[in-house]
Design a protein around this ligand. Structure first.
Ligand SMILES: Nc1ncnc2c1ncn2[C@@H]1O[C@H](COP(=O)(O)OP(=O)(O)OP(=O)(O)O)[C@@H](O)[C@H]1O
Length: 462
């Protein structure tokens, strides 16, 4: 019964066991012990090479070592090569501050990797089954996971130079228990499996029995659901990657900028996955608090009629929208206010990498260029001041009664918020704003005499 289900599953998922070198992660519990036993029985049929791999996490002192000895003996009796390591996970937890589950997992995978390389293995087989699948999917949906994560546990995924495979995903916990009884395996029971402090155990105890009472084969439906989501996701991911490469303006470590118009032209399912892709790229370790809601919030930020806004995500990631651009970055650009005075020819380098150059000249050149300001020397009280914007900044403009707020000028020109704060503003010695370089000049007309001398200011952009 179990054999038929597993071989049908392996065939359906294209997992080829013939002549393969297979490592089996064995804890000593029912699932992995049954898996090892199953593969050992199939060894002649598939011409498999098997190695059992065990990690003693040293959680329960000598008791955990007993488990290692138990697995070792099990392997010796069946002539299965056995590899084990002892890792002081409690010490590692104290040093790293990681949770027991994450710390144990890291240590296990580290050893798996070493063993995959040592044996040049094709597969690492793990004992996850269909009830684990139900628990995982429900836990992730409950937590608010997005995209591929909702598919739960993968039946196969790349690992080192080989693949991780989970041949028992098609089985229920009960199938495995029955198998253990039938073959008199007497596996070890991990007492932490009963502790209600773990979310998984609460799902196992409170939710699974109800679902099983509704349909004893519920695990098969969840497994099929998982497989469909995985293949759908893989397909959509490919489409998303192709589209996202076209909407990204900049991609640098810790930073991404996208063009909102182009992004919004993508279908919504690809938009969601596009944001997910960005978050995966930016976060080395995804915070558990990050959920599908964060993705929805980014999409809402971009379609909001208000052209600017910022979202603060876990671990200091900021999503800053400014007009047609959406910027994902870990640190907001520091607002560095500055103030420089100029009374003689020279060049001032600004913190944003741009320069302002001042020259005295007799030539009336460049008066119409937006990046140049030409003034009659005798009109201007020095020193000129080059500074960042201040509250209430206003300037007089040609063809306009009264004054205009500098802030509105930035808005008219759609200058992103973070650039406004470091944009230079040039005033005369009285504090009158003469020029917002590159954007606007104050209301002024040059006069030309035979002996005119001018001040020419040039804005040299970064
Ligand atoms: N200490 C370990 N050493 C090697 N492999 C392990 C170890 N613990 C778990 N694994 C592998 O990871 C799989 C999933 O582990 P998990 O802790 O989720 O399940 P489990 O309840 O320990 O399963 P099992 O009934 O096999 O003990 C196991 O089936 C096994 O293949």
């Amino acid at each position: 019964m179990l054999d038929a289900k597993v071989s049908e599953f392996l065939q359906r998922k294209g997992i080829e066991l013939n002549h393969k070198q297979v490592l089996v992660g064995v804890s000593g519990g029912p699932d992995s012990l049954a898996l090892l036993h199953y593969l050992w029985r199939k060894r002649p049929f598939y011409q498999l090479s098997l190695v059992a791999v065990h990690v003693d996490h040293m959680f329960r002192g000598e008791e955990s070592f007993d488990e290692a000895i138990f697995v070792q003996k099990f392997c010796e009796e069946r002539d299965i090569p056995f590899e084990m390591t002892r890792v002081n996970v409690p010490n590692y937890i104290a040093e790293s501050g990681k949770s027991a589950q994450i710390a144990s997992r890291e240590c296990r995978y580290q050893f798996y990797e070493e063993m995959m390389a040592k044996y040049q293995a094709d597969y690492l087989a793990l004992g996850h089954h269909g009830d684990d699948q139900i628990e995982t999917i429900l836990m992730r949906l409950t937590r608010g996971s997005a995209g591929e994560a909702r598919a739960g546990i993968a039946w196969m995924r790349p690992f080192n130079d080989g693949q991780i495979i989970r041949p028992f995903l098609t089985l229920s916990r009960k199938d495995i228990e029955t198998y253990c009884v039938k073959h008199e395996l007497n596996p070890r029971r991990d007492p932490s499996n009963d502790k209600e402090i773990y979310s998984r155990n609460r799902f196992r105890k409170n939710v699974i029995p109800f679902l099983k009472s509704e349909n004893p084969l519920v695990h098969e439906h969840f497994q099929r659901f998982s497989e469909e989501i995985q293949t759908d996701e893989a397909f959509l991911q490919e489409l998303t990657i192709a589209k996202m490469n076209k909407v990204m303006d900049k991609k640098a470590p810790g930073e991404i900028i996208i063009k909102i118009n182009d992004f919004q032209a993508m279908p919504i399912p690809l938009q969601r996955r596009g944001i997910q892709l960005i978050l995966n790229y930016l976060y080395n370790e995804k915070p558990t608090s990050l959920s599908a809601i964060h993705i929805e919030n980014v999409i809402a930020l971009m379609s909001n009629p208000h052209p600017s806004g910022t979202l603060h995500f876990p671990n200091g990631l900021n999503v800053v929208r400014s007009y047609e651009k959406c910027h994902f970055l870990f640190r907001l650009q520091q607002v560095q206010s500055y103030r420089f005075e100029m009374s003689k020819p020279g060049k001032i380098e600004l913190p944003n990498g741009s320069c302002i150059m001042m020259e005295f000249t007799n030539l009336q050149e460049g008066s119409t260029h937006a990046d140049t300001l030409l003034l009659n020397s005798e009109d201007i009280l020095l020193p000129l001041v080059i500074r960042t914007r201040e509250d209430g900044d206003r300037m007089t403009l040609k063809g306009m009664q009264g004054t205009k707020k500098v802030k509105d000028l930035f808005i008219d020109k759609k200058i992103p918020l973070h650039e406004r704060n470091i944009w230079p503003i040039v005033t005369d010695g009285n504090g009158q704003i003469l020029w917002v370089p590159g954007l606007k000049k104050f209301h002024y007309s040059i006069r030309q005499h035979s002996d005119s001398s001018f001040i020419r200011l040039s804005y040299i952009r970064q």
